[in-house]
Design a protein around this ligand. Structure first.
Ligand code: 26Q
Length: 775
């Protein structure tokens, strides 16, 4: 780093260490790439608008097996290893579950040795930073690239020129699109190394650049600002991650981002293929493309356009090849989150693609003339339908979600193509989400069954015989207790609040959404607080309720829920009567790193979405794997978690997905529920009357009104059952051995939720890809 150790900051140590680790990764990376070329098997391309990576240094150290060596080396300089790791900013190139899933998949693809590449956007500003001012969310830009990023390799020679708008004409019988607005995509590569460094794949992120970065004529004419204007405009395309995780506004820049990275990736894939092969008809044998939701759906029409317009294949042949390569993962059934574009906006930006989409619709109709199911209708381009029609396989992300896809959004298309929809239940990488984030539990597991579980998580079931042994269970309890103390110290240091480490740590961390029902959780906390105040000396099971999560900037109701929770926390934490029994805290700026701190310390995992709304959830898996019990509805992957860990080790409550649909037919469902449960009525009244906002008593009237008069997500209707489940959790927590046994069974039986299992499923059911590692 060009510095004397005496003057080096943590930043310098981190950079020096990162470069040392990076050197060791590069060897494996080059070897993997070479092997991939030699074998010439099928390659997998994972196209995603989001990769929520978090930090990378610890990943590299852990995967190369250098933890001891690095620790010792730093010690000789008098430098603390953890402090160096903590200096790294998160790569927050995603909003939540979908982006984090992509990051876990990269880790598993490399661990398994599947030749694969992730494609995305190199956002200069990742997901906004969240802070609170008087309890309200305030956003500020995230600037992870302001300091040098040691993990990426710029590839200025890998560039593609792309265009928007312009004319579609015919030349010698071929259709030609002449875009009028050009820009370039420049590649930046990050190696993703797998467990034990046996394989490394590439994450390739595209950055926007001007075709002609500097206008010399304008410069010479003295207009210096205008001379650089091109470059500034081109760079805006990869400037910022859209912070909405459900699509509302059909923003032009968003569609441009989608086309930008999809088109650059398709060209890169074709260039690589054509470097090794002659016949484009072999493409489906060599290339599997996975669309992470509909955000890269335009990759389908773009591939088709190149094959037909530029390479001269017939439309039918081009469509067949495209269909043979493309697959689509659906992550939501919420109607407002299904991507749709106004056809005028779409046609202005991508005139040729609109024509191609019409031809896809025509071809689909001719092959299936029974019904009209088109990607373009009602003046809109429907990206879900487009993706379904183009894709070879379409998958849901949990058993329940896949089933509901067949019955709801894709009912008619599923009728036409009954073999197209498959299920691949999500998973999480055990390297980050157990081994690295929870070293205490990781060591206990390895002491008990060896370290084979890290790359073969179902080995965790071999823990079951240990759970009956008192001394083992005591060690298990001690690990959790220690993790809780560590978290208490972390929170005290950063947020000035001392939590009671003996209390049950009850944690809900995820994006703030009405369907995820953080307001159900805080309502129960209010009712619980009121009940404690009724009998202050009572024998209560102490609770610490921890919340964290960001709300989309324009989602006002979600922001009001954050404000409410912060206001409730203020009142409750200041209450001397209740403070030994109940504490509430909302931690700011939830991100991957904060999750790594929180999850190992959790006793209770809140997974309380309205049934039928959460496609899968993946936080639920991380908690179970780290020995938290779930309180949850039968939604998303909760269903499969409960099946595996055992119903007696899961606090189930609430309506089922079909009961939810029934209940909504009752026009006064909320009032009925409120009338039937005095605790709910009293908690709502406290919100309505300003108990938590005494200086501004009307602040939360609209929340109480919404819950009373509309309550689309059935918070009131599920309240009593939720309350009951919480009391069952209290009851179980009173018996520490019983609780520890249940928690340990959650760990032992969660091995199936490894993203290694998920990726093997994709390889076998969807991609037809094989590992290039010796078994
Ligand atoms: C689309 C268009 C315009 C602007 C934004 C968007 C957009 C961006 C992000 C729409 C959706 C998302 C993210 C969705 C998401 O994270 N879904 C979650 O995916 C997880 C992985 O499968 C599941 O576990 C969660 O249940 C699901 O909510």
């Amino acid at each position: 780093m060009g510095k004397d150790p005496e003057h080096a900051k943590f930043f310098d140590w981190r950079m020096a260490l990162s470069h040392a680790i990076r050197d060791r990764i590069v060897d494996r990376w080059v070897a993997s790439t070479r092997r991939t070329y030699e074998q010439d098997g099928k390659r997998v391309y994972y196209l995603s608008m989001e990769f929520l990576i978090g930090r990378l240094l610890e990943d590299g150290i852990v995967n190369l097996g250098l933890v001891e060596e690095v620790g010792e080396t730093l010690r000789t300089f008098g430098i603390d290893y953890r402090s160096v790791l903590e200096d790294e900013p998160d790569a927050a190139l995603g909003n939540g579950g979908l982006g984090r899933l992509a990051a876990c998949f990269l880790d598993s693809l490399s661990t398994i040795g599947c030749p694969a590449m992730g494609y995305g956007i190199r956002y200069e500003n990742g997901l906004f930073k969240q802070s609170f001012v008087d309890g309200r969310q305030v956003e500020s830009p995230e600037t992870w690239l302001q300091e040098p990023h040691p993990w990426e390799f710029g590839r200025p020679e890998v560039r593609f020129t792309l265009g928007f708008r312009g004319e579609v004409t015919t030349e010698n019988g071929r259709t030609v699109w002449k875009p009028s607005e050009l820009l370039q995509a420049e590649a930046f590569d990050t190696p993703i190394v797998g467990w034990q460094g046996r394989w490394a794949n590439t994450l390739r992120l595209w950055a926007g650049r001007a075709v002609d970065p500097f206008d010399l004529d304008r410069f010479n004419a003295g207009d210096f600002a205008a001379a650089a204007e091109h470059e500034a405009l081109a760079r805006t395309i990869s400037r910022v991650l859209y912070p909405e995780d459900s699509n509302e506004a059909g923003k032009e820049l968003r569609l441009k981002q989608e086309f930008f990275f999809s088109a650059a990736s398709i060209r890169d894939i074709l260039r690589r293929f054509e470097g090794q092969h002659e016949d484009l008809r072999a493409l489906p044998k060599k290339v599997a493309i996975q669309l992470n939701d509909t955000h890269p759906a335009i990759a389908g029409p773009e591939l088709l356009r190149i094959l037909h317009d530029e390479r001269g294949l017939s439309f039918e042949e081009a469509l067949e090849i495209t269909h043979g390569c493309m697959n689509y993962t659906n992550h939501t059934l919420l109607p407002e989150a299904l991507e749709r574009w106004d056809e005028r906006l779409f046609g202005r930006l991508l005139p040729r693609h609109l024509q191609i989409i019409d031809r896809i619709d025509d071809a689909h109709y001719r092959a299936n003339p029974t019904r009209l199911l088109s990607a373009r209708s009602d003046g809109q381009v429907k990206m879900g339908e487009l993706s379904f029609i183009v894709a070879n396989k379409v998958n849901g992300v949990s058993a329940l979600h896949t089933d509901l896809m067949k019955k709801t959004v894709f009912k008619d298309l599923h009728g036409l193509h009954p073999d197209r929809i498959v299920n691949e239940t999500n998973g999480v990488t055990p390297r980050r989400w157990l081994h690295s984030c929870n070293p205490g539990l990781s060591s206990l597991i390895t002491d008990s069954i060896g370290d084979g579980w890290i790359a073969d998580l179902e080995q965790l079931e071999r823990l079951e015989p240990f759970i009956g042994k008192d001394d083992w269970l005591h060690r298990f309890r001690a690990v959790k207790a220690e993790n809780k103390v560590t978290l208490c110290d972390y929170i005290a240091e950063r947020h000035g609040m001392r939590l009671n480490p003996d209390a049950m740590f009850d944690i809900q961390i995820k994006r703030i959404h009405e369907y995820k029902r953080q307001h159900l959780n805080i309502l129960e906390a209010i009712a619980h607080w009121q009940e404690i105040k009724d009998t202050p000396g009572g024998d209560w099971v102490p609770r610490v309720k921890i919340f964290a999560g960001k709300a989309a900037q324009g989602y006002h109701f979600a922001k009001d829920i954050i404000h409410l929770i912060n206001d409730v926390a203020k009142v409750v934490n200041a209450d001397a009567e209740t403070r030994d029994s109940l504490q509430v805290i909302f931690l700011p700026n939830y991100n991957v790193t904060l999750a790594e701190h929180l999850i190992p310390a959790a006793d209770l995992s809140e997974q309380i979405s309205t049934a039928g709304k959460e496609a899968s959830g993946t936080g639920n898996m991380k908690f179970a794997l780290n020995g938290a019990l779930t309180i949850g509805t039968l939604d998303g992957a909760n269903v499969e978690i409960r099946e595996r860990v055992g119903e007696e080790n899961f606090f189930l409550f609430g309506m089922l997905a079909d009961e939810v649909m029934q209940r909504r037919m009752i026009h006064d469902h909320a009032q009925q529920a409120i009338a039937a449960d005095p605790r709910l009525a009293r908690a709502l009244e406290a919100i309505r009357s300003g108990t938590f906002s005494p200086q501004d008593p009307g602040r939360y009237v609209h929340i109480a009104d919404n819950l009373t008069w509309s309550d689309y997500f059935l918070v009131c209707s599920d309240f009593s059952a939720y309350w009951q489940a919480q009391r069952e959790a209290d009851h179980a927590y009173r018996d520490p051995d019983l609780w520890a046994r249940k928690a340990a069974l959650n760990v032992a039986r969660s091995g199936w939720f490894s993203s290694d299992r998920t990726i093997r499923g994709y390889m076998c059911d969807i991609w037809g890809a094989e590992s290039l590692l010796a078994p």
